[in-house]
Design a protein around this ligand. Structure first.
Ligand SMILES: [Zn+2]
Length: 452
């Protein structure tokens, strides 16, 4: 709340306009701009609503942003009597001209947060809106059973600005020999300048035992995903008042990985029980989208390799269930947000994939290998990498010429080549699937399986 506490004094009572017999919105749209130095623009405005048990719709209000490209977001934060219902019973719709209106979009309540969530406000998830929209309306829709009273509705509008150019700062795939290297990723300064989106100033470190998967519940149709990540940073820091973006990692539908809070820094994502966790957010809405949306194959592949990297690094068994002290729950080491709190996150169509993701992570952690029949040393290891390539890693102590044949499960020869002095051979041209590898060396032939 560091930017907004002073807004309360700006609220005024002009524009009272009865819209139903039982209540009316009062708007104070003296929007406050607090991002003048950046491509981003952020403004806040306030509404009041008297206690009402019946639906109430605000008058047409101007979107208080002059910058709206490539999209803008809005979130609400409510005070009053009614708990999270204050958020869940609010909707917004937008219009480019004040005549033609889009669909009403309900605000979902937000179950993420830092460990101390005691006297928090009731805050929504982010709603993403097209840049063409100039007007909005807010609707309060109590279910009629009891009156809800919004003593304050704060609206937070934010435009992240366009991402100027594809970043050249993508961190390369590590060449370190490990079963699961960290996939290439966009570092903090690649998706937002550190002046605009700084790291949290007092990070708290934690020993990670559980890997928690989220969805962003926002847009499924953005094209500028770095801008979506910036929107989430703005939202977590400016609206929630958190020290930094809540997640440790984010993944877009193209499989691009974004660095959030640094590795092992405790996040703000797991319903107030963040100790011992790493939070990964798959960008998109996998719960409420109509029609239903599933995570892309590229996003899932990046997620699997990221989870494998962390599991290997921390010695986490991806198939295990372990006690998580902060929540007091026995949790699978790879869990969805909903396993630890009252939320639909990470959405049905991502949550249903978690068993398969655990199995794949386990298979990545335990790659197929073959041994030299004379020395007993491993000759070839199959090492999946984070960018979708598979490496054949040559780990024997001597270096004969090895003939490698790649066969489809049907037995059809797909590729054949020789390994000379190279320790690794990248096999990125193969589509995802299961293959046989035939290794021909000085000690005969062996067949090993390869899954990718
Ligand atoms: Zn979540």
């Amino acid at each position: 709340m560091r930017y907004f506490s002073f807004l309360i004094v700006l609220m005024y009572f002009a524009g009272r306009q009865p819209l139903s017999a039982q209540g009316f919105f009062t708007d104070a749209t003296e929007a406050v701009d607090f991002a003048r130095d950046f491509a981003a623009q952020k403004k806040a405005a306030s509404l009041l609503l008297e206690a009402t048990a019946r639906p109430v719709v605000s008058r047409r209000l101007p979107v208080p942003l002059t910058k709206r490209e490539p999209f803008f977001t809005v979130a609400v934060q409510c005070d009053g009597a009614g708990g999270d219902d204050l958020v869940r019973h609010l909707s917004v719709r937008f219009s480019p001209d004040g005549d033609e209106w889009g669909e009403w979009m309900p605000f979902g309540s937000d179950a993420h947060g830092p460990d101390n969530m005691a006297d928090r406000y009731y805050t929504s998830q982010l709603i993403f809106a097209s840049a063409k929209n100039l007007y909005y309306q807010i609707a309060a829709t109590p279910d009629g059973s009891r009156a809800l009273e919004w003593t304050r509705i704060q609206l937070f509008f934010s435009c992240p600005g366009r991402t100027s150019a594809p970043s050249a700062g993508v961190h390369p795939v590590s060449t370190a020999r490990g079963v699961c290297p960290l996939p290439s990723y966009q570092g903090r300064s690649d998706w937002c300048s550190l002046a605009e989106c700084p790291y949290g100033s007092n990070p708290v470190y934690t020993t990670v035992t559980h890997l928690i998967v989220h969805h962003s519940a926002g847009s499924n149709t953005a094209s500028d995903w770095a801008a979506v990540v910036r929107s989430i940073w703005h939202y977590h820091v400016d609206v929630h008042g958190w020290a930094d973006i809540g997640y440790n990692w984010l993944i877009d539908p193209n499989g691009v990985l974004y660095e959030g809070r640094p590795d092992n820094v405790k996040g703000a994502h797991f319903s107030g029980h963040n100790s011992g966790t790493m939070g990964v957010c798959v960008l998109g809405n996998f719960q409420d989208a109509d029609p239903k949306v599933s995570p892309s194959a590229a996003a899932i592949e990046t997620l699997e390799h990221l989870l494998c990297w962390k599991a290997e690094k921390e010695g986490i068994d991806p198939l295990a269930t372990k006690y998580h002290a902060s929540s007091g729950l026995n949790l699978k080491t790879i869990s969805g947000h909903r396993d630890g709190g009252p939320t639909s996150c990470p959405g049905d169509s991502l949550y249903v994939l978690l068993p398969q993701i655990r199995t794949v992570v386990d298979s990545l952690l335990h790659p197929v290998a073959t041994s030299d029949p004379l020395s007993g040393q491993n000759v070839i290891r199959v090492v999946p990498r984070g960018d979708g390539d598979v490496l054949l890693e040559y780990v024997s102590g001597y270096r004969p010429v090895l003939g490698i044949g790649i066969y489809a499960v049907s037995g059809r020869l797909v590729d054949r080549f020789e390994m000379h002095s190279d320790r690794v051979v990248a096999m990125g041209a193969l589509p995802r699937g299961v293959y046989w590898i035939q290794v021909t060396g000085p000690h005969g032939r062996q067949i090993i399986g390869m899954v990718r």
